[in-house]
Design a protein around this ligand. Structure first.
Ligand code: GKR
Ligand code: MG
Length: 427
């Protein structure tokens, strides 16, 4: 089954004003939808984070991939590697990953697997070795936030919404408001674990929110806090001591493997990362330093689903936990994440997802249901989802109108507070 064309569409998805260590989410999150057309008439889909650099590289790839067999994934990856080499291979200091190659691998691999699954009439989970579980646990993902809905509504509230879709627009800057956000999200989706995105308010206030969540949800609800590497080691030790026995894991409180390793010796909480150990090249030193207990995979950033399966095995071999990181995303990514989550043999934690924050959707039938905190992998062939072309066009028009080309949370934050600036270490 040969590739005949690659169509890449840049879209902008409404995203509320969420706070994090790098600033503030813009009213729109950027994604790219890839359609890989084959000579069998089958079209494979994938979704990746959007940026101009990645879009242009994907456009460049089109002619290189024409005529290649979708079953020849190693060869396809080699071609991509030869073309782009180590260009833009720095992860950067932002909470999100900015490397080119892994995004390209992931975009093309998932679309090829979607084609293969459609051809063989089997879901992607079967191409990854079959189901290790029937349904995949996801965690509630809380954010400090300003009031507002994102998208064209920006900082306004659309009061015609109901339930979570109304609650997700509320301001959340205090422990009580964070508990309200968690309550609304868990009522709607039934999540059984809760993560708070930290690094936004002074550390003591974030610890108070974790203690308030414990008080409200009890000790049977695992809790996590992720300050996105913006705390100093002494701050992370002090907060860690307050949160021992409260947190299921402590995600990237400090920057770099060495600091994580020092923290691991001082605080009795498992440490997780999607910022300090982020590639296969980072794994030997992570293991040698014992810097983290849990690696947060993400098929968009680890080079695809098969690479994430390999990561899963390495984690198991070295006694490391495995879970999943997420950025703002729609249903194509959700389907891919769920196939992976269902396939990995080694999984002790509920996966992250930003999905409840995005009301827009690009797949037919609307949003993939999250029930009782679980998602069942779609059982159709391949990813098991199809594009809603009207929605794709609407979200593409959003992209053209909104003028955003790259994610830059510092610029958005400066619109609210002109004095604000990103710091590698704030507290
Ligand atoms: O969307 O603000 C955000 C998050 O901070 C995101 O960018 C991170 O990549 O969710 C992520 C994380 O776990 O670090
Ligand atoms: Mg993180």
């Amino acid at each position: 089954m040969k590739i005949v064309h690659l169509k890449n569409t840049q879209i902008a998805v409404g995203d509320p004003p969420l706070l994090n260590a790098a600033g503030l989410h813009a009213p729109y999150a950027l994604r790219i939808i890839v359609e890989l057309k084959t000579d069998a008439g089958i079209i494979g889909l994938s979704e990746i984070p959007g940026s101009q650099k990645i879009y242009l590289a994907l456009e460049d790839l089109s002619s290189l991939l024409v005529g290649k067999d979708v079953f020849g994934l190693h060869g396809i990856k080699r071609l991509i590697l030869e073309k782009f080499g180590t260009r833009d291979n720095e992860r950067g200091v932002a909470p999100w990953d900015q490397r080119l190659l892994v995004h390209l691998f992931s975009a093309i691999e998932v679309a090829c697997l979607d084609c293969i699954g459609k051809k063989l009439k089997r879901p992607i989970v079967d191409l990854l070795g079959g189901k290790s579980r029937e349904k995949v646990p996801f965690a509630a993902y809380l954010f400090y936030k300003y009031e507002g809905a994102g998208g064209d509504l920006g900082f306004d509230i659309d009061s015609s919404k109901k339930g979570w879709w109304l609650a997700r627009q509320q301001k959340a800057l205090t422990p009580d408001q964070i508990v309200d956000q968690a309550t609304a999200m868990c009522e709607e989706f039934g999540f059984k674990s809760i993560k708070l995105k930290g690094g936004a308010l002074p550390p003591n206030e974030e610890c108070n929110s974790m203690l308030a969540l414990r008080e409200a949800f009890g000790e049977d609800t695992p809790l996590r806090l992720d300050p996105n590497a913006i705390w100093s080691l002494p701050t992370a030790i002090e907060c860690g001591k307050r949160l021992e026995g409260i947190l299921e894991y402590y995600e990237d409180p400090v920057r770099g493997q060495k600091n994580m390793a020092l923290l691991a010796k001082e605080v009795n909480i498992p440490l997780a990362t999607n910022m300090c150990t982020t590639s296969f090249d980072d794994l030997p030193s992570s293991i040698a330093l014992a810097s983290e207990h849990i690696i947060l995979s993400d098929h968009h950033f680890w080079g695809g689903l098969q690479a994430s399966m390999q990561l899963n095995k390495i984690c198991e071999t070295f006694g490391r936990g495995f879970s999943m990181h997420s950025n703002s995303h729609l249903g194509i990514s959700m389907a891919a994440m769920t196939h992976l989550g269902a396939a990995v043999p080694h999984l002790d934690y509920a996966l992250d997802t930003h999905y409840p924050w995005q009301e827009d959707e690009v797949i037919q039938g609307g949003k993939i249901p999250i029930q009782e905190g679980y998602v069942t992998p779609p059982d159709g062939p391949g990813l098991g989802v199809e594009l809603d072309r009207d929605q794709l066009e609407k979200l593409h028009q959003n992209f053209l109108r909104c003028g955003l080309k790259e994610r830059d949370d510092e610029i958005e934050m400066k619109k609210v507070n002109p004095e604000w600036e990103f710091k590698l270490q704030r507290w």
